[in-house]
Design a protein around this ligand. Structure first.
Ligand SMILES: [Zn+2]
Length: 376
């Protein structure tokens, strides 16, 4: 039996058992405790639209990556190092050398290898995942046909994202386009493919003028389509509240918004996190299932104690070959469920609350009444 976390004595079997147990518990709960969805709401995946109830048999991961080109992570690391250098106070000691991307394994990049991805995603399905959202879009090099093939071959429903990522990754013309033109460009993506979420929509560091324009255009695209929005905040969680301000200012109901990567904003008082919850949006603890869990678990517990179970979403922002099951038996695409959730349980969260966060909250976030018909 494989250990998920030796210190806690949790096994993968127990982690899946936890979800199964909690699912069984759910059927015994009163009907009023089950999540309710607006009439006509669907979850739009690449292969078909689902009634939200159909995806209640497992966890949904609201922010992962299944399709990147090989240069995505190196670019991300390069821009991070440049930002850190720019933000360094004068006279500060020189920064440590930036982390280098792990050496690329020989052969095809895993996110372009259909056999590898289909096998890894099929394993995640067996480990209790019912649906996965891919947070990529064209400016990140996401290949939507590859995602469709992975979904077909693995049997995993996959939701495709759309929009624009953040300033370092924008196509150059975004800088000079009007807000209306950016809106039109987002709508063009929605009409071209069966899009189920706008995301990840980001600010790289402090939010820039161009990024504000994209956030406003994305909010307007939500109003035109009802498609939900999830964001990327710069490290550590910079501009989280300003992102929500901009989206709300154009008229978006925060219940259709996740402010993402706020696990990077380590604060035992969880002030910003609570402010996001109070306004009705979701907080995304979406880089979980690894060393970053340690500061996040107490923040999750603080938010649960404050009564915000309805506003929490967990995922892993999967991006590196090292995390594949074939390279590390304790990882894999389901690591949010198999590695992170047991830690939150050990800290005192109930099975019922964990089931709600992993199974119900993401479906409440993703379900929308479509204004644009599904493409055949
Ligand atoms: Zn991401």
């Amino acid at each position: 039996m494989t250990r998920v976390d030796e210190r806690l004595g949790w096994t993968r079997r127990e982690a899946i058992g936890l979800l199964g147990m909690a699912l069984a518990g759910a059927s015994a709960r009163s009907a009023s405790a089950a999540p309710t969805f607006p009439k006509g709401a669907i979850i739009r995946t690449l292969l078909r639209d689902y009634a939200p109830e159909e995806l209640g048999g497992g966890a949904t991961l609201f922010h992962e990556h299944l399709s990147f080109p090989p240069d995505f992570l190196p670019r991300f690391i390069k821009y991070s190092a440049e930002t850190a250098a720019r933000n360094r106070p004068p006279n500060a000691p020189p920064p440590p050398a930036p982390p280098q991307p792990p050496p690329a394994p020989a052969g095809k990049f895993f996110m372009q290898d259909l056999d590898v991805m289909a096998e890894e995603i099929a394993i995640a399905k067996r480990e209790g995942i019912a649906c996965i959202v891919d947070g990529g879009h064209p400016d990140m090099g996401r290949d939507i046909n590859f995602l469709k093939q992975v979904s077909e071959k693995s049997g995993m429903p996959i939701v495709a994202g759309a929009g624009f990522y953040n300033e370092p990754f924008y196509p150059p013309e975004i800088a000079t386009m009007s807000e209306d033109q950016v809106f039109d460009a987002i709508m063009k993506q929605v009409r071209a493919d069966n899009i189920g979420a706008f995301g990840e929509i980001g600010s790289w560091d402090y939010i820039t003028k161009v990024e504000r324009k994209v956030f406003r255009a994305t909010g307007r695209a939500h109003l035109a389509t009802n498609i939900p929005i999830f964001t990327h905040t710069g490290i550590p969680g910079k501009s989280a509240l300003e992102q929500l301000d901009i989206i709300e200012d154009v008229g978006v109901d925060p219940r259709h918004v996740v402010i993402g990567h706020v696990g990077n904003l380590v604060d035992s008082n969880v002030d910003v996190h609570k402010a996001i919850c109070r306004r009705g949006a979701f907080v995304g603890f979406d880089r979980q299932g690894g060393p970053g869990d340690t500061p996040v678990v107490p923040m999750v517990m603080a938010l649960l104690e404050a009564g915000f179970a309805d506003n929490l979403l967990f995922a892993s922002d999967f991006s590196s070959a090292n995390q594949l099951k074939r390279n590390n038996k304790e990882m894999g695409y389901a690591k949010t469920l198999t590695v992170f959730v047991p830690k939150v349980k050990a800290a005192g969260a109930s099975d019922e609350v964990l089931r709600q966060i992993m199974v119900d909250n993401p479906r409440r976030f993703l379900a929308f009444v479509p204004k644009i018909k599904r493409k055949a």
